[in-house]
Write a protein that binds this ligand. Structure first.
Ligand code: SF4
Ligand code: ZN
Length: 318
């Protein structure tokens, strides 16, 4: 029978890509260590950073909060959990409750912002007219979510925002940018790139860890799983890319790791050439490419539809 490669203990998980077998304790330690190495390699946190962890309440973000709590609270970095309530009846409440429970367990503050407060409408109201949109629900929601995370980070007085994007998310985004012909965006994936359109710097401490391993960490750490999924979940191309990469990984263990390294190599060559030209948005003052940022552009369209739903008679210019 095989044993833990590190301590000879009872086997828990085998990394097919490296052949390493780990017991439960060594597996958990390996996730924390991998995160620490990624943070250190890309200089993600300094000793005085106040770290905002973007916590949706899903397994990845709750695991990130736990791992960063374990690594950085003893070093006296301040950590705050920031969460966004999109306003999806029956879905987000459970996730926010999980986020609150883990934040309380770690004794970290939680700052919650909602679409309703920030933009004047909930996601339920905004997606009432989804059949008329050309973008998927998640791409649409993502524009508002990024802005909401910015707002929460500013309110939390954070100096850096950590998001739970893992290796799978990272390589999927890389491949999708290629498929969309969006080569100019590749440089933005550089882990050392500072995007000036965000008021607070963003980092991805899980970017070198497989999604499967984070799910296993969450399970092992007793992190609660959400029982319902978002009713609007529609990732379009991303789910096809995910399935394809999972199939490639199953047939060729380590393929995603190789793709990550290749992506980082390509991205580093694009980093400087893809600096964004920006002008302030005429509505909110944030950086934009053409004088009106995506959030304000989409918000105006949603407002028109939401107003029409609330007050059908006054709409239509009659
Ligand atoms: Fe928004 Fe998609 Fe997440 Fe639902 S699953 S909250 S639509 S990003
Ligand atoms: Zn704007």
């Amino acid at each position: 029978m095989s044993v833990c490669t590190r301590c000879g203990g009872k086997p828990f998980y085998t990394r097919k890509y490296s052949g390493e077998t780990l017991c439960a304790a060594c597996f958990k330690h390996s996730i924390t260590e991998k995160t620490r190495r990624t943070v250190s390699k890309y200089g993600m946190f300094g000793p005085h950073d106040r770290i905002a962890v973007a916590v949706s309440g899903g397994k990845d973000s709750l695991s990130l909060l736990k791992v960063l709590g374990e690594l950085y609270l003893p070093r006296r970095n301040e950590i705050v959990a920031i969460s966004v309530d999109e306003g999806v009846a029956g879905y987000r409440d459970e996730a926010l409750e999980h986020a609150r429970a883990v934040a309380e367990e770690l004794d970290v503050e939680q700052v919650v912002v909602s679409y309703k407060d920030l933009f004047g409408f909930s996601l339920d109201e905004a997606l009432d007219w989804k059949e008329e949109r050309s973008v998927s629900s998640c791409s649409f929601c993502g524009v508002f979510r990024r802005r909401a995370i910015d707002e929460a980070a500013v309110r939390a007085k954070a100096t850096v925002v950590a998001t739970a994007h893992n290796l799978d998310d990272y390589v999927q985004t890389f491949v999708m940018n290629l498929m969309h012909g969006d080569v100019a965006r590749l440089g933005w994936l550089d882990p050392t790139y500072v995007d000036d359109s965000f008021p607070v710097r963003r980092v991805k401490p899980f970017m070198e860890i497989y999604e499967e391993e984070i799910a296993l960490y969450a399970f092992q750490a007793g992190i609660p799983f959400q029982s319902v999924s978002c009713p609007y979940m529609h990732e379009g191309l991303r789910s096809e890319v995910r399935d394809y990469l999972n199939m490639m990984e199953a047939n060729h263990p380590g393929m995603k790791n190789v793709l990550l390294r290749s992506s980082l190599d390509v991205i580093s060559r694009f980093a400087r050439s893809s600096e964004k030209e920006s002008t302030p948005c005429r509505s909110c003052g944030r950086p934009s490419s053409n004088g009106l940022c995506n959030v304000c552009r989409m918000k105006a369209v949603v407002e028109e539809h939401v107003n029409m739903q609330r007050n059908p008679r006054s709409a239509g210019g009659g």
